[in-house]
Design a protein around this ligand. Structure first.
Ligand code: NAP
Length: 278
């Protein structure tokens, strides 16, 4: 039996739809079942909270494959301890492409990957690059209010990936043999600068949108004012530096090979989500 956590999030909500389409029986662990994007007899619902370890054992009963997305080390520790006690064999972690060299938040993801290995689980790590959905959170409000995008991206390139494609790889890993001990770096089909992504949004939304390249220092001050923890801001500054230098501009074929479909383009994703910017 499969347990999907984060089932109401960007990747999880796509994953549960794919599992239902495949006719696979599985269980979700959620805080609020009303937030689930799919209902099916194939899906068992366990109510639980990753911050409350006592709520995890009932969700783990009979599970052999666990998929999780949380980057929070305390939650990951509770989850893995509970999984071990329940006899879970295979852990599939949504990590990040930056875990390859412990860059930015990749540092915590890499530590969690090592913890999974040291606990003796069979493992598969999915390492996506920037997900397309971030553009809603980062740019949605100012596109709506000012027809502008403020972002410290410089001329760096990134092949943003559709969360649906990350989910299609997760679905394959959860339902097929042969993915044990594998790391999949997941990207979209094409690298773009932030300016190029904004031009695609301009075309799809049919209105002019300005891209303003914010100095990195100003972005850090903004995050501090927003209340983000200092260690996270330092990590995000490393991520931005790598983006500005196009260090993760390479495209991989993992979505196509493992997820068995061509990765979606940024333009297609924008067309499907344009209401979020209007
Ligand atoms: N965004 C990117 O560009 C990017 C790139 C690479 C890697 N990643 C990694 O992807 C992961 C996030 O994945 P995502 O975007 O799919 O997730 P997400 O949309 O942020 O959703 C988080 C999920 O976790 C659940 N959750 C949060 N706190 C919980 C708790 N205490 N107990 C139970 N469930 C809880 C949420 O449920 P509720 O609905 O109840 O809140 C939701 O389903 C992170 O590890 C991040 O580092 C992201």
């Amino acid at each position: 039996m499969i347990l999907v956590t984060g089932a109401t999030g960007n990747v999880g909500k796509e994953l549960i739809k794919l599992l239902v389409d495949e006719g696979i029986r599985f269980r979700v662990l959620v805080r609020d079942p009303k937030k689930l994007a799919a209902q099916s007899d194939l899906m068992e619902v366990a109510i639980g909270d990753l911050n409350k370890p006592d709520t995890l054992p009932p969700a783990m009963q009979g599970i052999d494959k666990l998929f999780f997305v949380t980057p929070d080390t305390k939650q990951v520790t509770y989850l893995l301890q509970s999984a071990k006690q329940a006899g879970v064999k295979h852990v599939i972690k949504l990590s990040t492409i930056e875990a390859d060299r412990s860059l930015g938040p990749g540092k915590w993801h890499r530590q969690q990957e090592e913890l999974i290995k040291s606990m003796g689980f069979t493992w598969t790590f999915l390492r996506p690059t920037m997900m397309m959905v971030n553009t809603i959170e980062w740019w949605g409000a100012t596109i709506k209010s000012q027809n502008a995008v403020y972002f410290p991206g410089g001329n760096g390139k990134v092949p943003a990936v559709d969360p649906h494609d990350v989910a299609s790889v997760a679905c394959a890993v959860l339902t097929e043999p042969g993915h044990e001990g594998k790391i999949y770096e997941l990207t979209g089909p094409e690298s773009f600068t932030i300016g190029e992504m904004v031009r695609i949004l301009t075309k799809v939304l049919n209105k002019p949108i300005q891209y303003r390249d914010v100095p990195v220092f100003a972005a850090a001050v903004g995050m501090l004012r927003f209340g983000l923890p200092f260690t996270l801001i330092i990590g995000l500054m490393q991520t931005l530096g790598a983006l500005r230098r196009s260090e993760y501009a390479y495209v991989t074929d993992s979505v196509e090979k493992v997820g068995k479909g061509k990765p979606g383009t940024f333009e297609q994703w924008c067309l499907h989500h344009k209401e979020a910017f209007q």
